[in-house]
Design a protein around this ligand. Structure first.
Ligand code: TTP
Ligand code: MG
Length: 385
């Protein structure tokens, strides 16, 4: 992985808003006091494998289902940047990945190893004492506002990257910005091993040329709708009349428009306590192949169970999420009468909820969430389901 020097955007152009958008003006003053850091590990599962097996270094490595010489079912979880050069991506059918790069090293996921590495990363992040919010297995936000200066935040980011590399041999990418969404966009701006700092005066110049798809939450469908309105970049979005956007997207357009102006009001939710453990996969192509959907679900189940064991938790409520084309999302939950920390109840319950909910249509996304937890050491022996 190549190393990149930090980039600081320091354009003096401050956003100017029409008089009828006082809320936006207020927002920019409030938000500019914040310094938010977003960190995301690079090709996480693949990097953990490559770190513990030096012979894999610089090779295309694909983590996911068994490709079975191109006949395998299931999807790619992730792959090394060397494999990405062949066009392989997360959530792509493993058979397609095999066609793109048959000589890649294909490995099954080892979730306990990834959960363990994640725990070390999060421990390092929390050790600095700033409000910290873990948002997935390999990413987190830190609120560094108390540092007062972006330059200090940048030095801390350098240190965090170095400490993670020294402890785990893994590279990460960091974005620092006055808001959460822009910090996330910035961490993805230069991957792998990136560090991108966007200071308040540079917000709009940084965002303007980026494709609308880089905004967290803007998926294929919203992107297509924006394209229809002639909006391709975040700059196009900022110039768009807010009323027209609300007419098309409803109230969510306000947050989108504010973000295009560099205003992002969401903060950090600090808290060690796990409220839910969830995983989901968006299929590369919508599919009604039940074997593929179920094997993907099984992979998600193994992943949440690894997390459950690592955090020493028992759960009581399981939710299955199925998204069909057209953003039609169905959730089905069931709570057990008792807590369980075992993998088998998760599998049985997830399969049963899937059978009840799935209507045979093509599926865009499958997900699973565990919630209602208690710590393992505080509860009685697991009852049968
Ligand atoms: P990501 O951070 O999205 O991806 P990544 O860390 O592999 O690569 P990047 O350098 O682009 O950040 O996801 C973190 C891990 O979550 C990833 O290593 C594997 C897992 N994952 C899946 O299992 N399925 C998926 O569809 C995605 C996107 C991730
Ligand atoms: Mg990552």
């Amino acid at each position: 992985m190549c190393s990149m020097s930090p980039v600081t955007f320091t354009s003096p152009a401050l956003p100017v808003y029409p008089d009828d958008l006082p809320r936006l003006n207020r927002g920019v003053q409030e938000v500019n006091r914040r310094i938010i850091l977003h960190i995301d590990m690079d090709s996480f599962y693949a990097s953990v494998e490559m770190q513990r097996r030096p012979e894999l270094s610089s090779k295309p490595v694909v983590i996911g289902a068994d490709p079975k010489q191109g006949k395998g079912r299931g999807v790619v979880s992730t792959c090394s940047y060397e494999a990405r050069a062949f066009g392989i991506r997360s959530a792509m059918p493993i058979s397609q990945a095999f066609v793109l790069c048959p000589h890649a090293v294909f490995l099954p996921p080892d979730f306990p190893a990834y959960v363990q590495a994640s725990a070390v990363v999060m421990e390092i992040l929390r050790s600095y004492g700033f409000p910290t919010e873990q948002v997935s297995i390999d990413e987190a936000f830190l609120d560094l506002s108390s540092l007062g200066h972006f330059a200090s935040a940048q030095s801390l980011a350098d240190e965090i990257k170095a400490v993670i590399r020294a402890r785990l041999g893994l590279s990460s990418s960091i974005g620092i910005a006055p808001g959460r969404a822009v910090a996330k966009i910035a961490s993805d701006f230069r991957k792998p091993d990136g560090l991108t700092v966007v200071t308040p005066p540079a917000l709009q110049d940084f965002l303007a040329p980026l494709p609308v798809r880089t905004i967290p939450g803007v998926g294929k469908k919203a992107e297509a709708m924006l394209f229809e309105m002639g909006i391709r970049t975040i700059g196009d979005l900022a110039r768009q009349d807010i009323q027209g956007l609300i007419g098309r997207f409803g109230r969510s357009a306000v947050a989108l428009h504010q973000l295009a102006h560099g205003i992002d009001e969401s903060g950090i939710v600090d808290g060690q306590e796990t409220k839910s453990i969830s995983r989901e996969t968006t299929f590369d192509t919508d599919t009604d192949d039940v074997d593929l959907i179920v094997s993907t679900l099984d992979s998600l189940i193994r992943s949440v169970c690894g997390n459950l064991a690592e955090e020493q938790l028992r759960f009581r409520t399981l939710t299955i999420k199925i998204r069909y084309p057209g953003f039609i999302t169905r959730n089905r939950s069931r709570s057990m009468s008792h807590y369980s920390g075992d993998a088998e109840p998760v599998r049985l319950l997830a399969h049963s909820l899937f059978r009840e909910e799935y209507d045979g249509r093509k599926v865009r996304l499958i997900g699973i969430r565990l919630s209602s937890f208690e710590k393992k050491d505080t509860c009685q022996a697991t009852l049968p389901l």
